[in-house]
Design a binder for this molecule. Sequence first.
Ligand SMILES: C[S@@+](CC[C@H](N)C(=O)[O-])C[C@H]1O[C@@H](n2cnc3c(N)ncnc32)[C@H](O)[C@@H]1O
Length: 393
Amino acid sequence: MKYFFILGNNPALSLAEILSVVKPKSFVLLSEEFLIVETQVVLNPTNLIDILGGTIKIGLIKDELVISNYKNKIEAAVIQIIKNRQKEVATGKFNFGFSNYSNLDLGHLGLQIKKNLLALEINSRFVVSRENTLSSVIVEQNKLLRKGVEIVFARQADSIILGETLAVQPFKSLSYRDFGRPARDDKSGMLPPKLAKIMINLAEVKKEKLLVDPFCGSGTILSEAILMGYKNLYGLDLSVKAIDDSWKNINWLREQYQTEPVSIKFKVKNVLDLAKFIKINSVGAFVSEPYLGPQRGKIEFKLVIKELEYLYTKALEQMYRVLEKGGRVVMVWPVFYGNKFVNPRIGEFRQISLLPDNIKNEEVIKKQISPRGNIIYGRAGQKVFREVIVLEK
Ligand SMILES: C[S@@+](CC[C@H](N)C(=O)[O-])C[C@H]1O[C@@H](n2cnc3c(N)ncnc32)[C@H](O)[C@@H]1O
């Protein structure tokens, strides 16, 4: 089966996550947002979009036209996709929209299709936006998935690819969790739920295994893990307030989302004592955003980096002892002012490269890769970027 994935604003991280979760037979990155994935198995895009943090849309590739005469063929190909879809949805006005991810000019294709549909006695509405592509919000608001169709176009070498969108990112729910949770800690910072999901997925750990966040803050990672179906969770933090906040947020989440029962514990503990209260070789994975140093004001980065290197080195020693063989640590380390890195010792851990080397060198990916080959997350102008680190025992 051939699918397309529209990637989020950090394509390197979105791609790494898809490789971890979908494990495709092959893939082609057409641009910084358009990925084609070939799989041996049939995917369930509606479930998958809820699991992935870095994907905006998922759909099926429906047709491929050679570029030399696509103008003669494109109307018929689009009509065919619409007719098939229209048979499946209830009667009434049929909404359709286009997202053009290629550099081809589609002219007045939408209006032409609308006319053709009328001749076929299909009453339709063509959904447009100012951009070449429709946002998830527009797709959702115009019910294109439930009662209509969104067709996407992309260019691959000498072909134009036509796809049908099957799922879009649940943007309302993600932002509700980000801004609606009862306990927020703007001082030590909170991970965006999307990044929490991506980090959990990069751990590639089974749902029943023990997943630990040893710097849990207000519990973002463990909240997302519950929604993703993880069953055995443990959060630790040095701060009493953080543990209180985590409980508040988890209880809120359980109520709001009516989640399945899971085993979850929180304790006020120092990460440096991990091996004193967690059994050796018992943890499936650690997923954590540790203390990243001060986020505001002028950063005395030399001092901060030294302090963090000590904390992370010691924390990793402890994690190594309690982690089972093959278990992963997924962490973010800060990068100050875009180029000042921390270098803790990783001991016997093996560092995992999230992307194949040839992909890391592609123009659209290169800018998100640190000099030591890891993916960087952050927006221009931020003081502290995050470097995504994956280690395996
Ligand atoms: C950046 S925050 C984590 C935020 C969290 N990811 C969230 O989204 O809410 C880092 C946390 O590490 C905790 N911390 C700092 N040093 C620690 C230590 N030695 N052991 C355990 N927790 C520690 C802090 O109290 C803080 O809550």
